[in-house]
Design a protein around this ligand. Structure first.
Ligand code: ZN
Length: 164
């Protein structure tokens, strides 16, 4: 899913881990649960608007990118004390979409890049999805499916407000 959903998940995990566990388990479980949360959240990506390929001429797609990255960035600034949860909830995307992409484009220029295969964790997530959530509708290209992610984000935000 998008940046703001993983950021909200990381914040909520860190809040509850620091409420429930004492040091050092609060840190250990924040790292562990935040990292694992990405696999669960992304397994549900089919029910959200998430075209696998950039829709560059589409103003709706472009607006949604600006909204998700913008709100994600604002949330990181507002909740920076929860950087541990935020970082580990986004680590899978950082490795697959940032670090590996830089490595492939800078170091292996001769290899033809196919982003369907040249990532590590999202291949595992795709396998989890195929084995468990295959019954979900595929709304990758459905613009109305932004509503699913907005509902998830609102639920997570209320979870944060209730915890504080
Ligand atoms: Zn992801």
């Amino acid at each position: 899913m998008n940046l703001e959903t993983h950021v909200l998940t990381g914040i909520i995990i860190q809040i509850y881990c620091f409420m429930i566990f004492i040091f050092p388990f609060n840190i250990i479980f924040t790292i562990l649960f935040a990292f694992l949360s990405h696999f669960i959240i992304d397994a549900f990506v089919l029910i959200t608007y998430h075209p696998p390929d950039p829709q560059k001429g589409d103003t709706f797609w472009l607006s949604w990118q600006i909204i998700t990255y913008g709100s994600g960035g604002i949330l990181i600034l507002l909740f920076y004390p929860f950087v541990l949860g935020i970082l580990f909830a986004n680590l899978v995307d950082l490795i697959d979409w940032v670090i590996l992409r830089i490595l492939y484009t800078r170091m292996i220029k001769k290899v033809k890049i196919d982003w369907k295969y040249n990532h590590i964790f999202h291949s595992i997530i795709a396998k989890i999805r195929k084995k468990t959530l295959f019954w979900l509708p595929n709304w990758y290209y459905e613009k109305k499916a932004v509503i699913s992610e907005i509902i998830i984000d609102i639920a997570l935000f209320f979870g944060i407000l209730c915890a504080k």
